[in-house]
Design a protein. Structure first.
Length: 259
């Protein structure tokens, strides 16, 4: 991994409030690198920006292209404070937000053209918006309608017991579209999905990625497809969190990747 990307994932990104942790950041990196190697082009999009942690990760990984679309209600604070913090975070990271590629509104009411008119077909779509069933149904339908043939959908909180309807929504999406889509990778927090003809390519990318070697990998069956489950041992997670809280980011990376 290039040192500037490593520093961004393990140090800079952790300053931004959000929920994407290093295992998934490294999955994002591995998949986007594989797409670049295979000349699989397209835009990138995210529903559920919060304060921008995973959005800025997508921006960093897709650079120098500026084709990442952010979609969010930006309504969790009064007087546009969430949106202003989002913009400020971009300035602090040296990745200014392109406000022409921000949609402030309800993703469940978007037409596909609202996305494709801005960034074309999407090669990587992160879904972390509303966590009720109707949100997941609408967002997954939207992603399906704008996805490039080689596109990936990353569903967040798939098996989080706090949000059981996400599990139902993602499972229903895969069952309804079983002839077309399949999961190929799972982590503690996310499920990664693509069209079946690209399943083996992306699964091989996960299995062989140097960034993901520290994690335990197990193959499992899920709704008619083989899925790689990445597991990060608890001792490594605890060591990483402790060192992050103590401000020892350099050592925290070592613990995370080698501990």
């Amino acid at each position: 991994m290039k040192s500037n990307v490593r520093k961004f994932v393990f140090h800079d990104l952790q300053k931004i409030d959000g929920y994407i942790d290093p295992p998934d950041a490294l999955v994002f990196l591995s998949l986007i690198e594989k797409q670049r190697e295979e000349n699989l082009s397209g835009g990138l999009a995210e529903i559920g920006v919060y304060y921008g942690r995973s959005y800025f990760l997508l921006r960093k990984l897709s650079a120098p292209d500026n084709n990442v679309l952010a979609i969010d209600l930006f309504d969790i604070e009064e007087d546009d404070a969430q949106y202003r913090r989002f913009l400020d975070n971009g300035k602090s990271l040296g990745i200014p937000v392109d406000e022409e590629l921000v949609i402030s509104g309800d993703s469940t009411r978007l037409d596909p053209e609202a996305i494709t008119d801005k960034i074309g077909k999407v090669r990587f779509f992160s879904i972390d918006g509303g966590h009720l069933l109707h949100h997941v149904v609408a967002d997954s339908r939207l992603a399906k309608n704008v996805l490039a043939d080689h596109g990936i959908i990353a569903f967040d909180d798939t098996f989080n017991p706090a949000w059981p309807e996400v599990t139902i929504g993602v499972s229903d999406f895969l069952r309804r579209n079983s002839d077309t889509f399949a999961a190929f990778c799972m982590t503690k927090y996310k499920t990664y999905v693509c069209r079946r003809e690209f399943h083996d390519l992306y699964q091989t990318a996960v299995r062989e990625a140097a960034h993901l070697k520290p994690f335990e990998q197990a193959e499992m069956d899920f709704l008619g497809s083989k899925v790689i489950r990445l597991h990060n041992p608890i001792n490594r997670r605890v060591a990483y969190e402790l060192m992050q809280r103590l401000g020892m980011s350099a050592l925290s990376e070592w613990a995370y990747r080698h501990g």
